[in-house]
Design a protein around this ligand. Structure first.
Ligand code: HEM
Length: 176
């Protein structure tokens, strides 16, 4: 897959997406482009969920359903494409032996809470869009949605902490 980048002289540059993802990031830390983009898009997802929650409070349920569904789909892409693999490669080999080190425990705490946010959130989205199998249907929406929102926000905050632990306060940042 090819991406088009506009250079400072205004000329377009064609670049393979895989090469772009591995270039240096744009936030001035030791992160690559993919990790900086993951951070920005995760913050966008958190903002979307918050706007969507306000829509529900204002009883604009159709807008609420669309916004939360878009946020959840974007989040699935980020987690499956850009988080699970670095966890497997950089963190999983150190579990449980190195759990005492901040790099390992911060990321693992994030991954565990994130797992519940991910499962719960997508469950609610499937249910809300009429896609859940009968045996797993639930009716007390409000409680489930509130729990999913709180878990997503907690995971996002922990994710920002992960970013600092990996790329700001780390003399040996992961390179990938
Ligand atoms: C609702 C679910 C989740 C949310 C909202 C979320 C959010 C975030 C955020 C904001 C970051 C910082 C951006 C960055 O460092 O690139 C991050 C990084 C990371 N997350 Fe998650 N996360 C979720 C689920 C998970 C899960 C389930 C795992 C583990 C399997 C995981 C593993 C990681 C790893 C390894 C990083 C660092 C990767 C990198 O820097 O490229 N996350 N996450």
């Amino acid at each position: 897959m090819i991406a088009i980048l506009w250079q400072t002289d205004g000329e377009p540059e064609e670049i393979a997406v895989t090469e772009l993802l591995h270039r240096s990031g744009f936030l001035g830390t030791s992160a690559n482009w993919a990790a900086d983009m993951t951070l920005l898009l995760s913050l966008l997802v958190a903002a979307l969920f918050t706007v969507g929650a306000v829509m529900a409070l204002r009883q604009r349920y159709e807008a609420h359903r669309w916004i939360q569904t878009s946020g959840a789909v974007l989040n699935v892409i980020l987690v499956v494409w850009l988080m699970i693999l670095p966890y497997r490669d950089f963190v999983a080999p150190g579990i449980p032996a190195r759990l005492g080190e901040s790099f390992y425990w911060i990321t693992t705490l994030h991954a565990v809470i994130g797992f519940f946010a991910f499962t719960f959130g997508n469950f609610v989205v499937l249910r809300g869009n009429g896609l859940m199998i009968k045996a797993l249907k639930f009716n007390n929406y409000k409680l489930f949605m509130r729990a999913a929102y709180i878990l997503y926000m907690a995971t996002t905050l922990l994710g920002v902490w992960v970013y600092f632990a990996w790329f700001v306060n780390n003399p040996n940042p992961p390179v990938y």
